[in-house]
Every structure is written in structure tokens, then in C-alpha cells.
Design a protein around this ligand. Structure first.
Ligand code: GAR
Length: 202
């Protein structure tokens, strides 16, 4: 069994997509624990409903990252639960060195744009404001820069003339729900390797 941990701050539709895909495909992948920095995160409810261990760990006093002691706590809980791969699924804080060093090349993220375009917050809105014709989503390894790590998978979504940030985000999420579970499967099956910025898939 390959054990993953999921970190989520919000509604958790990506978490749900991962849960459903593992079940549908009968994969030897277990979600060891779901952690959140937000006590209201619906992701926590989703985990509970599925009988998956879930925990709210207060993030501390900073808005955009976890307090150093808290970061240690997150790592501790993930390790205690046998997590081999950390999956950020709408986790809205930047991870710092302590965390990154504890899971080298073993943290991935889903981002709602075709990176390197539109890193950071509300990428779907950035795409609309910029006027691009296509956007999409990216699964990438997490390193120190924000949304800069080696890219595993991407999916393209057209931006339609009458799109609002909401309609575009919804269409992007449909693709997220396909490529994120798939990327996790590829890593679990040992088919993904990294060389510099490039990711190879067997
Ligand atoms: C997703 O669209 C994800 O790409 C985005 O948050 C949303 C979470 O949705 N992540 C980021 O913007 C990270 N920079 P979910 O809670 O329904 O999975």
C-alpha cells in the first residue's frame, strides 16, 4: 500500500476526486491522513464521511505560511501516519524549509493555471484579467519558490468570451479532478522521475 497525506484548506473537491479515483480503480493507495489549517474546511467533513483520519492543526499567527513549530507538527503527524507522498489540494499556505526537507521530492501541488503563467492566488481570475485564450491546471512538485517546481502533468482549458472567474474556475476544476489523481497514481506506481526541471514519466 502506498500511503499519501492530503493537505487542504477549503472545499476539498480535489480530495474527493482522489478518494473516488482510488476506489473506482481499486488502487493500492491509502490516504493516511487529511490535515487542514482551517477548522471550517469541508475537506475535513469529506474525509470523515469516508472514514479517513482528519485533523485540523491551527496554523499559528502568520497568514501565508505555518509557524515553524506548527510546521514541525504537520510533519510529525504525516510521518506518524506513514505518509510517503504529501498532496497539497487547495492548501493555501506556502511550505517552508523544515517541511520541504522532511519530504524531498515527495510533495506535490495542483495549481489552477498553466504554469509558469499566473502563479499565486486566484489564477483563474488572473487568466481572465490578462485576456488569455487558454488556461488550465498544473500538477507540480513543490520546492521553495511559489508554484515553481518541476511540472508533472498539465491540462488545457479554453477561456470563453463570456467566462466569469467562477465559470472558468469550474471548468478548470473538472480537469484538476482528472489530472491530480492520475499524477498521484503515476508516482505511486514508481513511474515518475525528476532530472533538473524535467519530469519523466514511464
Ligand atoms: C483548486 O482549484 C486548486 O487548484 C487551487 O485551490 C482550489 C481548491 O479547490 N489551489 C491554489 O490556488 C493553490 N495556489 P478544492 O478545495 O475544491 O480542491
Amino acid at each position: 500500500m502506498f500511503t499519501i497525506g492530503v493537505l487542504a484548506s477549503g472545499k476539498g473537491s480535489n480530495l474527493q476526486a482522489i478518494i473516488d479515483y482510488i476506489k473506482e480503480e481499486n488502487l493500492p493507495i491509502k490516504i493516511g491522513v487529511v490535515l487542514s489549517d482551517n477548522p471550517e474546511a469541508y475537506a475535513l467533513e469529506r474525509a470523515k464521511k469516508e472514514g479517513i483520519k482528519s485533523l485540523y492543526i491551527p496554523p499559528g499567527k502568520y497568514k501565508t505560511f505555518l509557524e515553524p513549530d506548527v510546521e514541525k507538527k504537520y510533519v510529525e503527524v504525516l510521518k506518524e501516519n506513514g505518509v510517503e507522498l504529501v498532496c497539497l489540494a487547495g492548501f493555501m499556505r506556502v511550505l517552508k524549509k523544515t517541511f520541504l526537507k522532511s519530504f524531498p521530492q515527495r510533495i506535490i501541488n495542483i495549481h489552477p493555471s498553466l504554469l509558469p503563467a499566473f502563479p499565486g492566488l486566484e489564477a483563474w481570475k488572473q487568466a481572465i484579467d490578462y485576456g488569455v485564450r487558454f488556461s488550465g491546471c498544473t500538477v507540480h512538485f513543490v520546492e521553495e519558490g511559489v508554484d515553481t517546481g518541476p511540472i508533472i502533468l498539465q491540462a488545457v482549458v479554453p477561456v470563453l468570451p463570456d467566462d466569469t472567474p467562477e465559470t472558468l474556475h469550474q471548468r478548470i476544476q473538472e480537469k484538476e479532478h482528472i489530472i491530480y489523481p492520475l499524477a498521484i497514481r503515476l508516482i505511486a506506481e514508481g513511474r515518475v522521475s525528476i532530472s533538473g526541471r524535467k519530469v519523466y514519466i514511464k
